[in-house]
Design a protein around this ligand. Structure first.
Ligand code: ADP
Length: 214
C-alpha cells in the first residue's frame, strides 16, 4: 500500500476547483501563476484518482470524492493490535524437522523463535526449505542454526498503525512482523512476542475496508 499524499499545489488546485467549478486549466494556471504544462501532471493525478472530473470544453469539477485520503486515514486509524494474530513460537533448540511439522499443523508461513520467553529469531518457509537442501539431518539441526536472529528482526508494536506495519512488510520484503513488547531485563532490552502481523492480516483488513466492514 503506497500512501498517496497530495502536494501543496494539488491541494490548492482542489480548493480552487471546489470554489470556482467549472474552471479551465488556463484559469487554474493563471491563479497559481504557473504555466498550463506545469499543471498538467497535477491535473492528471487528480483526475485519475477521481477527485476531479474533467469535462471537455467546460472545465474541471470537484467530484466530491476523496477516497484515497479517507482510505489512508482509515488505515492509519487502525492499530496493529486490532489486526494481529496469535504467533506460533518455538524454542531455539527445536529441530528443523519439528518446526516444519509445526508449520503444517499450525498452518502458518513464519514461526518465531524464543529463548527463555524472549524473541530471538524468525524462521520462514524458505529458511526451512534451504535447511532441507543442505544434506544435514534436519532432526539434529536446531532451528537456532538457520533462523534470522535478533537484532536483524523487523518488528512492530501493538500501537503502531496498520499502514506503518504494511509499509515495513513491503520495505523489508518479509511476510510477517512480530508484534513485540520491549522489556528491560538485567539492564538489557529484551523483546516479548505478543502477536504477529502478516500479509494475510493486511489483506484481510483491505478487504474489510473495501466492504465497509472495518
Ligand atoms: P519466505 O521465506 O516464505 O519468502 P519471508 O519473505 O518472510 O518468507 O522471509 C524471507 C527472509 O526474511 C527469511 O530468511 C526470513 O528468516 C527473514 N524474515 C522473515 N520475517 C522477518 C522479519 N520480521 N524480520 C527480519 N527477517 C525476517
Amino acid at each position: 500500500m503506497v500512501e498517496i499524499e497530495l502536494t501543496k499545489r494539488q491541494q490548492r488546485i482542489i480548493e480552487i476547483v471546489k470554489e470556482l467549478e467549472p474552471i479551465t486549466s488556463e484559469q487554474i494556471a493563471s491563479m497559481l501563476s504557473v504555466t498550463r504544462s506545469t499543471l498538467r501532471p497535477d491535473l492528471a493525478i487528480l483526475t485519475m484518482s477521481g477527485m476531479l472530473d474533467a469535462r471537455p470544453k467546460v472545465g474541471y469539477f470537484f467530484s466530491g470524492k476523496t477516497d484515497i485520503n479517507l482510505f489512508s486515514q482509515e488505515m492509519k486509524s487502525i492499530r496493529v493490535s486490532d489486526i494481529m494474530s496469535v504467533p506460533v513460537i518455538v524454542s531455539e533448540e527445536t529441530s528443523v524437522y519439528d518446526v516444519i511439522v509445526s508449520l503444517f499443523l499450525e498452518d502458518v508461513g513464519t514461526i518465531f523463535v524464543a529463548s527463555k520467553g524472549f524473541l530471538v529469531g524468525v524462521v520462514s518457509r524458505k529458511d526451512l526449505l534451504k535447511a532441507t537442501l543442505g544434506g544435514n539431518d534436519i532432526n539434529k539441526v536446531p532451528v537456532a542454526m538457520i533462523m534470522t536472529r535478533s537484532p536483524n528482526i523487523v518488528t512492530t508494536i501493538k500501537d503502531d498503525n496498520a499502514l506503518t506495519a504494511a509499509v515495513k512488510i513491503i520495505d523489508h520484503e518479509v511476510d510477517s512482523l512480530p508484534v513485540v513488547e520491549r522489556i528491560i531485563k538485567d539492564g538489557k532490552e529484551c523483546l516479548k512476542a505478543i502477536g504477529k502481523v502478516s500479509k494475510s492480516n493486511i489483506t484481510k483488513l483491505l478487504v474489510e475496508l473495501c466492504r465497509g466492514g472495518a
